[in-house]
Structures are given as C-alpha cells and as structure tokens.
Write a protein that binds this ligand. Structure first.
Ligand code: FE2
Ligand code: FE2
Length: 201
C-alpha cells in the first residue's frame, strides 16, 4: 500500500510517461486518458480499486506506440505462442507486450494492473473485476463512436452486474472481428463460451 504522496508521484510519472510514449499519436493519448476516466467511474460503481483502474487505463495502450513490425518482433523475442502465425493475432499483441515492458518499468504497481493491461486484448476465462473494468472501459469510453452495441453497453453501466456488462463487451468485440472477416483467435471464443456457461448456470 503506498502513501498518498508516493501514489501521487507515481501517477505523475505514469502520466508523463504515457504522454512521451504516445506523443506522436495524440488520438491514442486522448483515448488512453478517456479509458482511465471511464475505468475509474466503473471501478467506483463496481467496488474495484480506483487507483489500479486509473493506472491500468492510462497505460493499457502503451505498446500502441510500436509499429506492426516492432510488435511482431517483440512478440517473437518474448516467445509468445498463440498457436498460430503471430501476424494473425497482431491486434492482440500490444496488450501482453505492454504488460511485460511495464512490469519492469513500474515494479511498484500491483500485479492486478499488469493483468488488466494484458487482458484488455486477450480476454481469458478467469478475468478479475479490474480486468473486466479495463476491457469494458476500452470499448465504451466517450470518444468511441455511438454504435448500437456501444450505446447499449453505456446504458447498462451500473444497472447490470459487471460480469454481464463484460460479456456484452466481449460479444461485441468478437462480433466485430467476425463482421470484418478477420481471423478470430480461438482463445477468445473459448473465453466467450466459458462466460456464457457461467451465466446460464
Ligand atoms: Fe488496446
Ligand atoms: Fe484502447
């Protein structure tokens, strides 16, 4: 547990870091701040640690600063194995890469923060409440265009359990991959099935 002063210092460091990391990507920087704000709102509503939500929200797209080639190179160096050619799962690589790099950069942050950063692209069968908060916030922050799916999720905030909101967000993201006819990593489908089974139990 850090003191209020050290927690403020840490936050200032994170803010400066993400500003520098995404300096060439102003829209991504704005998105990161909006995800952090939405994540804190969700955290307050669903009893999740708001400091962790704020830090994970700010940092979740840290690896979006890298080019596709850099992401593929880093994923190969780190030995990532998703059971297929890494090019097929390019959109999910920035979460796990950011989690690995940030763990070294911020040893003082809680493990839960790195888990949420990793899982915002790789939803697993055992998402924690913080993992869910970041996943949902990423999809519904105010800068996202108001599609029917997103509008529905926004309207559900605070009215349905966190797990239900997460399943909606996961379904929407899987639906988008299918609609745009891109490769769907089977792990996402496995997680989806798990949450559907839990819900109907
Ligand atoms: Fe992302
Ligand atoms: Fe994002």
């Amino acid at each position: 547990m850090c003191s209020a002063a050290s927690s403020d210092e840490l936050l200032a460091r994170i803010e400066a870091d993400i500003e520098a990391q995404l300096s060439a990507k102003r829209k991504r920087l704005k998105h990161s701040r909006a995800v952090a704000k939405t994540a804190v709102e969700l955290a307050d509503l669903y009893g999740v640690d708001r400091h962790d939500a704020l830090c994970a929200g700010l940092l979740h797209d840290y690896a979006k600063a890298y080019s596709n080639d850099e992401l593929l190179e880093k994923a190969a160096e780190l030995g990532f194995d998703y059971g297929c050619d890494l090019k097929l799962v390019l959109p999910i690589l920035h979460g796990p890469i950011a989690a690995r790099e940030l763990r070294e950069r911020y040893p003082e942050l809680d493990d839960a923060v790195f888990s949420a950063i990793e899982r915002h692209t790789v939803a697993t069968c055992d998402m924690s409440p913080l993992d869910m908060v970041i996943f949902i916030a990423d999809g519904i922050e105010p800068g996202r265009p108001a599609t029917p799916d997103i509008e529905r999720q926004r309207a559900e905030v605070g009215k349905v359990p966190l797990e239900e909101l997460f399943l909606d967000a996961l379904s929407a993201s899987i639906g988008f991959v299918i609609e745009t006819k891109r490769y769907l990593w089977p792990g996402a489908l496995e997680s989806y099935n798990r949450y559907v089974l839990d819900r109907n139990r």
